[in-house]
Structure formats: C-alpha cells, structure tokens
Write a protein of this length. Structure first.
Length: 369
C-alpha cells in the first residue's frame, strides 16, 4: 500500500447505512479512528434520520436526502468545534442513523392473570394478549433518554419496558370499565382505542410514537372455560327429557341392528330395559307437568284505588266501596284517583275501570216546573 492509499484510508468520504434487519432502531456509523473528510457525502434514506454527536453533545440532525458536509449544513457542529471561518480539514464526529419506520407486530400480554369482580360470575381471573406498532418520533429525545452510547440498539432493548406500561394501563382500564367478561369481545375496538390514547403520552416521553394498539384475545382460566362450555352445551340441548328419549331410541336401534351372540343379546336386552325405564320416567315427568298445567291459575288481585276526598288522600277502596262513595256524592268523575301502575293522579271519569261505575248511577231528578 502506497502513502496515498494509506492517507486515503484514514478519511471517510461516504456516510450511509443499509439496514439488513427488521429490528434495529439505532445504528452508529463505524468510523473507528477514521476522520470524516471535508465535503464528504451523507446519504439519508427514507425512514432514516442521521444525528451527529460531538464529544457527547448532540449536534446536527439530517432528514432523508443527500448532503455534502460543509459548515453550511453543519451549523451546530461548527459552533461546538469553534469553526469561525469554516473548515478545510477532516474532522471527527459520531454519526447515528435512526430507523424511523413503523416497527409492527410487537407482542404484549399479561404475565399473570388479572383479578376482576364480574357482575355475572363474581370474582374472576382473566388474561389478555395483543400487539402494537411504534416508531421513533423525536430522535433527539430517543437518543438522550434511551439509546445513550449504544452503537446498535434493537427493539428488544425497549419493548420490555413498553410492555410493562401497556399491561399496567390495560389492567387499570379494564378494571374501571366494569364491562362483563362475556361482553368484552364486542368492545375490543373501543378498549383498544381508549388505551392507545392513554398510552401515547407515556411513549412520547421516550421519543416514541404509538401508532397502533390492538387486543387480540381476552381469555378465562381453562377450568372456567370448561364450565362455561358445559353451560353452553346445556343451552343448546334444550329439553333434557326429550334429549334423553332421543338418545334411548338411538341406542336401542343400534343394539337391535348389531346382535353379537347370546351375550350380545343379553346386553341388548339389558340396555333395552334400561332405556325403557328412562323413557318411562321421562313420560311420567311429562304427565306430571300436564297435570300441573290443568290447575287453574291464581285469582287475580282486586283493583284498589286511592282518592282525593275533601282535599285529603283516602283509601285504598275496592270497587264496591267506590260505588258507595259515588252514591253518596263523595266521588265524582272529576275526583282525582290513583292505583298501582299509574304514573300520576287522574280524574276518575277518565279511568276505564271506573267508567262502568258512573254509568250504573242514575242522574239526579230534574226539578219540578
């Protein structure tokens, strides 16, 4: 290697980064002892941001584009290095590339079941799982608060902290919502949107934007799910007596169509007697229900009304007592009455149950001429 090649190897004239992975958020451009050449080319691709740092101090930030590095586009670095009249020599600075694309399908889940008080099942435990997407929103804050001097910062170095925030806020929100467990599936969108808005400000404290938050599953413990499945099965079966008769008939038919010698015949007879006994019991239950249906229903309750008489509430009165009050001119069509089921007091003449009472009373005798 000649002297010219050696000197050339100490200078950097092209600064760029191609990301071969899907999880690197920050990459430090490796220059080792090399110096950046005056007029070097900086290439910042879409979904990237380049940040220059000088002796631990954050300097210039470059958005996507191609740049020729001079004092004009390195104003902060020029100030830090004290270049009052520009520079014509190589310089040293750390260059960090930040990946600003969306990092998707980041998983979250409750490490332990969440205790809830459900209005239908009482105290219960649930678990929840989902995913979210994020991207770097504020490169300066992200480097200061999270990255530091890490030369290769990947998503797994921050997702654990973010997951703890998500689980904590989810637990608080689901506990305060008071939504029954059986109704949670119909509220996934509403809960997800609420949590996304609630968590966004906390992510922004790290310079990260939460772009999507989704709940994929809220589940019960296995033993509770098994009991719930049994309860659902009973609802599908419906009438247990008819279902037993159907099962008995199917079993008898199968036994009759598949005799297997004397033992098989005896077994078939035994099964037949057992099934017949079940059918008899079912029929007895149906007869008992039929007899119960023939019993007359209870006598309906007697209508009773309260009335405003002489400016005071009086009663309650049954229909016979009201008729006597009408004969004594203490109750007229204009008298206010009320009974259970009415929203407000109303004139007696407007009540359908009382109109027949006024029709049965003859009008007063006209005076003699």
């Amino acid at each position: 290697m000649g002297l010219f090649d050696k000197i050339k190897g100490e200078f950097i004239d092209i600064i760029e980064w191609l990301d071969p992975t899907n999880d690197v958020m920050v990459h430090r451009f490796e220059r080792y002892e090399n110096e950046i050449k005056n007029g070097a080319k900086l290439t910042v691709r879409e979904s990237q941001v380049a940040v220059f740092i000088n002796e631990g101090q954050l300097a210039d930030v470059f958005k996507p584009g191609m740049y020729t590095l001079t004092t004009e586009n390195l104003p902060l670095l020029s100030t830090l290095k004290g270049w009052k009249y520009g520079f014509n020599s190589p310089f040293k600075a750390e260059v960090y590339f930040l990946n600003t694309k969306n990092f998707t399908d980041l998983k979250w889940g409750t490490p332990n079941p969440i205790m809830l008080r459900d209005p239908e099942f009482g105290p219960i435990r649930i678990r929840a799982f989902g995913n979210y997407a994020m991207k770097i929103k504020d490169p300066t804050t992200f480097i200061k608060e999270i990255v530091g001097t890490d030369g290769s910062f990947t998503t797994d170095k921050i997702t654990e902290q973010l997951k703890n925030i998500v689980v904590t806020r989810f637990t608080d929100a689901i506990g305060e919502s008071k939504i029954p467990v059986l109704d949670m599936a119909s509220n996934y969108d509403e809960i997800s949107k609420f949590l996304e808005n609630k968590i966004k400000p906390e992510f922004m404290e790290y310079g990260i934007d939460l772009t999507k938050f989704l709940i994929s599953n809220i589940s019960l413990p296995p033993n509770v799910e098994e009991a719930l499945d049994k309860r659902s099965s009973m609802g599908i079966i419906g009438d247990l007596g008819k279902y037993t008769q159907f099962q008995a008939a199917e079993s008898m038919t199968a036994a009759a169509n598949n005799p297997s010698g004397t033992a098989g015949a005896g077994m078939g007879m035994g099964m037949g007697f057992a099934m017949a006994n079940q059918m008899a019991n079912a029929m007895n239950q149906q007869n008992q229900q039929s007899q119960n249906q023939q019993t007359p229903p209870p006598v309906p309750p007697t209508l009773q009304f309260f009335a405003v008489i002489n400016g005071q509430q009086a009663g309650p009165y049954d229909m016979n007592s009201l008729k006597q009050l009408i004969l004594q001119n203490q109750l007229t069509k204009e008298t206010l009455v009320w009974r259970q089921g009415m929203a407000n007091w109303d004139a007696a003449g407007k009540i359908s149950e009382l109109q027949s009472l006024f029709g049965a009373i003859p009008p007063p005798i006209p005076p003699k001429i």
